[in-house]
Design a binder for this molecule. Structure first.
Ligand SMILES: [Zn+2]
Length: 393
């Protein structure tokens, strides 16, 4: 995609430290979104390549979990977790992409997870069957449209293959990755993301295929500190992915933010121990989970229909963002269970580092309560109150 030259995030007027300045920024944005024909973009003028942004020390915010969010809204079938909604309810998918963009996401991922012929239509019969090509084309069109509107980066993603699960060998697995990639032909993207892979062996095979497209490659393993499904340690996983040629390395899904982050840090340590360097990513689930085994949230009794009680708060998301940033992770987002308001909390927490607030920010750290008529509410207009509340749970 074309790289534009203006570095909007460096503009002095976008820098702020005091609430007064914050309030002016927010007020202006409210007026723009109320009266302007187009919502104002965080990134419209700064579409420089992702790796250049990371090389310069910028922090990028990812989006959240499309599949679980759309299941809760009634557009995805639990257990099947396939993306037919891009064809059947494009307005719902478009709106969720928009919500993530307005919440501060710099990278929007196409909603094509599980969009392969063998996984689509598992519970369908007759004329309603949809094909991989049609579904992926629609998913690419939708994300491209919204990314253009908000100046976000477009990520196309591939994920773990049935061929690897069935131990069909490297050739078959790589053919499956090729098929997933082929679905994106004709569309432009800024980054390829291999995600939700639980064995580094399969992830390395994915990188070998993805590298042929000459685009930045992010790889996220769905692992905790327990290591991958073949008992390879996170440190060794990181090292192997770096050697394979991945540009951005880390973790996503399956586990709570703290466990997903721990594994990403261990991968980083493994890479650094060998004297190499990399960029790092962490996109955890939005649930509080005990790390009991390598399967993560799927093994919870509440999964998938009663996960609400495990949902993290926006304050948990802020805390995660801060910890990830301090650990040197510079691509920070979410996966299943992370809703737009969690992503907004991440972007708000990193507002000084990023030099801007999300478009739909309505005051940070509870500040919107400062003018409330009730004193009991005004007392909550600070971060300490909410962080202490969290500790009391
Ligand atoms: Zn997920």
């Amino acid at each position: 995609m074309a790289a534009l030259s203006m570095k909007g995030w460096q503009r002095p007027e976008m820098r702020f430290r005091k609430w007064g300045a914050l309030r002016r920024v927010i007020t202006t944005r409210r007026l723009v979104s109320t009266f302007g024909s187009q919502p104002r973009s965080n990134n419209k003028d700064i579409k420089i390549p992702i790796l250049e942004r990371l090389n310069s020390g910028d922090v990028l915010v990812g989006d959240g979990g499309m599949t679980y969010a759309l299941e809760k809204r009634g557009y995805v079938t639990a257990a099947q977790w396939t993306p037919e909604a891009v064809v059947e309810h494009p307005e719902a998918v478009r709106q969720l992409h928009r919500e993530f963009a307005m919440s501060g996401a710099d990278v929007l991922q196409a909603f094509v997870f599980n969009g392969t012929d063998d996984r689509l239509n598992r519970y369908r019969t007759g004329e309603t069957k949809l094909k991989c090509e049609e579904v992926n084309k629609a998913g690419c069109e939708l994300v491209t449209e919204v990314a253009k509107e908000f100046g976000c980066y477009v990520g196309f993603n591939v994920s773990t293959t049935a061929a690897y699960e069935m131990e069909m060998g490297k050739k078959k697995v790589q053919e499956e990755f090729e098929r997933q990639l082929k679905a994106f032909d004709g569309f432009e993207c800024d980054i390829l993301i291999a995600e939700y892979i639980s064995s580094v062996e399969e992830a390395v095979w994915a990188v070998e295929v993805l590298k042929q497209r000459n685009l930045p490659i992010a790889v996220t393993l769905s692992i905790s500190h327990l290591g991958d499904f073949n008992d390879v340690t996170p440190e060794e996983c990181g090292k192997r992915l770096k050697e394979a040629g991945a540009d951005i390395i880390g973790t996503n899904c399956r586990f709570a933010p703290i466990d997903t982050l721990d594994a990403a840090i261990m991968m980083k340590n493994g890479i650094q121990e060998t004297g190499m360097s990399s960029h790092y990513v962490c996109q955890p689930n939005g649930w509080e989970l005990e790390c009991k085994n390598k399967h993560g949230h799927s093994e919870e009794p509440e999964c998938p229909y009663a996960m609400e009680s495990k949902t993290i708060t926006r304050w948990d998301a802020q805390e995660f963002a801060r910890r990830a940033y301090e650990a040197g992770i510079r691509y920070i987002g979410g996966c299943c269970g992370m809703e737009p308001y969690h992503i907004r909390a991440i972007a708000e927490e990193l507002r000084e580092e990023r030099g801007r607030l999300p478009l739909n920010s309505r005051g940070v750290n509870g500040s919107a309560l400062r003018d409330h008529p009730l004193e009991s509410m005004r007392k909550k207009a600070n971060k300490e109150f909410w962080m202490n509340l969290k500790k009391r749970r």
